[in-house]
Design a protein around this ligand. Structure first.
Ligand code: SF4
Length: 466
């Protein structure tokens, strides 16, 4: 869970990066950072919190330059140590660079141990720093099938070698003094798009909603396994892997993570998320008086369910948008009320009704349990819980913050046991086939958290018992 953004050729690069990160804020609220190059030096502003609290007007005045990258972080590897705030910056014998990463490496621990045994000193606990050390130490030439532009001869062979050593999910933006580089792993787990504005500036972003906010046009996706370089000689594309992998794009981006106004993996999130709801209606026709979403993530699936079933769509739970992650956990005695900080039922909609509640996923089950009991107290006659994705049975190792297998309800209980645990009258999940058909399975998706079928793991890593 992270968002990345990059700008090439704009005198307001820092300001545009600030806006781009603001649009990507849903991908991480723990820390934010911007790195800007004026063609000679790279300057950074990093801090904990959302981008508007980290980067102030005077910071933007100081971050002068035409090329920039930025990052918003939600820690998945390495914890919330301030030293893990990205972009990371490094000097090495070949110059300087800053790097920002969305994703998670599955062999980072092993590579880190090898690097440390070889004398490397790490300053963070993030897997992203592995890229920094590997880039600095790389000595391999570019693969023979690659014809390098002269501007790329010094740095890109390092990137190519690192891509061959790391395993897992990485959508990267790299800032050099005079270049912006975008990299996507060969499976294409995380999204990454390229855009351009009317004045000829180029942009790279995790999602298209970050292009919209700065009035840039979506050009195309950065392809799985692609390295894209933008500099004063133009745009160049390289594919260091001679034999491409079958794409494994994260389907959870469509279920929950990406913003519904974004286009990712060449598809509109809005359409697919609504289609999940339509499929739910076909798989589980239920007699009820209203369909209500768990806002915001269940909204579109609930609309899709209502559209197909003809059951009226209502807003039966109101979300309080002012509850941030910084909210201090309340004392134990009122902790059970914490879901009320976020959601409150609309009694007029609920009372005496048979209610279908649509949510995007059910992970630990604690929120669903609280929602069901809240709706009962508001007078619901029946509560039917529908989940617009299959049961989550395995953790994600590719950059989404899911808990361990022990904490995943569906890894340990049957659907009927989960229904009893949350207290609903019925509980149903969208089938794997339904989800894949809605998203067009021919496009190649990772479904490991629903199937335990991991596309890539470190060869020394065992998934037994995870
Ligand atoms: S395991 Fe699940 S959340 Fe992780 S990349 Fe695969 S589909 Fe996405």
């Amino acid at each position: 869970m992270c968002g990345v953004f990059g700008v090439y050729n704009n005198k307001s690069a820092a300001e545009l990066t600030f806006l781009g990160l603001h649009a990507l804020q849903h991908r991480g609220q723990e820390s934010a950072g911007i790195a800007v190059s004026d063609g000679y030096d790279i300057n950074l502003k990093l801090g904990q919190g959302i981008v508007t609290s980290v980067v102030k007007e005077n910071d933007l005045r100081d971050l002068r330059g035409n090329i920039s990258i930025g990052h918003v972080r939600y820690s998945t590897a390495g914890g919330s140590n301030p030293k893990n705030i990205q972009p990371f910056f490094a000097h090495f014998y070949g110059g300087s660079f800053a790097i920002a990463h969305n994703g998670n490496l599955v062999n980072a621990d092993r590579l880190r141990r090898e690097l440390e045994e070889d004398g490397a000193i790490f300053r963070s606990t993030s897997d992203t720093e592995v890229f920094v050390h590997l880039i600095a130490r790389s000595r391999q030439p570019a693969p023979p099938h690659i014809n390098l532009h002269k501007n790329d001869e010094d740095f890109l062979p390092h990137v190519f070698e690192v891509m061959k050593r790391v395993k897992g999910a990485y959508s990267l933006v790299i800032l050099r003094e005079k270049q912006l580089i975008a990299v996507r792993d060969p499976y294409g787990f995380r999204p990454l798009v390229l855009g351009k504005n009317r004045t000829g500036s180029y942009f790279v972003a995790s999602e298209t909603c970050a292009l919209d906010i700065i009035d840039a046009e979506y050009l195309r996706d950065i392809n799985p396994g692609e390295v894209l370089v933008i500099d004063d000689a133009g745009i160049r594309s390289y594919y260091p892997f001679e034999f491409p992998e079958e794409p494994k794009k994260c389907i959870f981006e469509f279920v929950y993570f990406a913003r519904p106004d974004s286009k990712i993996f060449k598809e509109w999130v809005y359409q697919i998320r609504k289609e999940f709801g339509r499929r739910l209606a076909k798989e589980y026709p239920i007699e009820a008086d209203c369909v209500i979403p768990v806002l915001d993530s269940g909204l579109l699936a609930a609309m899709g369910y209502s559209e197909v079933s003809g059951i009226p769509f209502e807003i039966g739970l109101i979300r309080n948008h002012y509850v941030g992650r910084s909210f201090i956990q309340p004392a134990q005695e009122i902790r059970d009320l914490s879901v009320r900080l976020k959601l409150n039922p609309v009694r007029q909609v609920i009372e005496g009704k048979r209610v279908i509640v649509v949510d995007d996923s059910l992970v630990r089950g604690t929120t669903s349990k609280k929602i069901v009991s809240m709706l009962r107290r508001a007078g619901a006659k029946e509560i039917h819980m529908l989940i617009s994705s299959p049961p989550v049975i395995s953790p994600c190792f590719y950059g989404i913050d899911t808990p361990t297998r022990e904490e995943l309800l569906a890894a340990n209980l049957s659907v009927e046991e989960i229904r009893k645990f949350i207290g609903a009258d019925s509980l149903n999940y969208l089938s794997l086939e339904g989800m894949l058909e809605a998203a067009d399975s021919s496009k190649g998706f990772c479904t490991a958290c629903f199937t335990h079928n991991y596309p890539v793991l470190d060869e020394l890593f065992s998934v037994q018992g995870v």
